[in-house]
Design a protein around this ligand. Structure first.
Ligand SMILES: Nc1ncnc2c1ncn2[C@@H]1O[C@H](COP(=O)(O)OP(=O)(O)OP(=O)(O)O)[C@@H](O)[C@H]1O
Length: 254
């Protein structure tokens, strides 16, 4: 479904992503891990059109997304969440999810002013999708709450619901368990597996290794922008380069 081929991105003299190739097959959950500053979020920003690579190509369902605007990439079926929660904090839970439906609505300013039947039908569908997305992530009953008043873990789930409301085929999650407690993380594991069983393909950045090892079939490891390993959770756990990359960090922190 998603194929990155020899993708490189530099910022001034820094090579944030160095000749990275990775493949996310349809229906699978692929993990992207690596120490801080390894280039993981930059890879997400390249896939979603926030940055353009200096070299390489990014194909989604066989077609290059290079040069496309982020909103066009969302329309193609790629949705993401962010490492730092980016909600409309003063809007309700439901309004936040409805905002995700916007990319699927065709009505313009004129139909909006005229309140046409087509617009009302689109709004009805957006409402159905939004309620469905909230139900999927377990936030039914919280529709009228103001987003900023939700517990932190629920704000992360709301971000996932908003991403689902764009009706994606590929969901990319940037540290979805960040800041979650143990119980919230367990629920998240269940949700991610449930999303896969519903047909979503998932690419995941996560520092919580037990979550990554539980949900991912395939894991790609970056260090200093370059891919140093990839394989099954078992292969990754035993890979000397990966162990060294992570042990190196622990030693530095001591
Ligand atoms: N817009 C930018 N301008 C300059 N440097 C950047 C920019 N974005 C990222 N970088 C640098 O690129 C490198 C990779 O950053 P990136 O955020 O992709 O890493 P990461 O693996 O996601 O890290 P973390 O786990 O801490 O989120 C870092 O050295 C970072 O400082």
């Amino acid at each position: 479904m998603l194929q990155l081929t020899s993708v490189t991105k530099t910022f001034g003299g820094l090579t944030a992503v160095n000749d990275v190739s990775l493949h996310v097959p349809e229906g699978e959950i692929v993990g992207l891990i690596g120490p801080n500053g390894a280039g993981k979020t930059t890879v997400f920003n390249l896939i979603t059109g926030i940055y353009q690579p200096d070299n390489g190509d990014i194909l989604f369902n066989g077609k290059s997304v290079l040069g496309k605007y982020t909103h066009d990439i969302v329309s193609l079926g790629i949705a993401r969440t962010f490492q730092t929660i980016r909600l409309f904090h003063d809007l309700t839970v439901l309004e936040n999810v409805l905002s995700g439906c916007h990319c699927r609505m065709k009505s313009g300013v004129l139909t909006g002013m005229l309140q046409t039947k087509a617009l009302r039908e689109e709004e009805r569908k957006a409402m159905i999708w939004s309620l469905k997305a909230l139900k999927t992530v377990g936030l039914s009953g919280k529709e009228t709450l103001i987003a900023k008043n939700l517990a932190y873990g629920n704000q992360r789930l709301l971000e996932i619901a908003r991403a689902l409301a764009t009706q994606p085929r590929l969901l990319i999650l940037d540290e979805p368990a960040g800041g979650m407690n143990e119980q919230e993380t367990q629920q998240l594991v269940k949700l991610i597996m449930q999303l896969q069983s519903q047909g979503y393909t998932i690419l995941l950045i996560e520092h919580d290794m037990s979550l990554v090892m539980k949900v991912c079939k395939h894991i790609v490891v970056l260090e200093y922008g370059a891919k140093i390993a990839e394989g099954s959770p078992e292969q990754i756990k035993q890979n000397p380069k990966v162990i060294e990359a992570y042990l190196g960090i622990e030693e530095e922190e001591e």
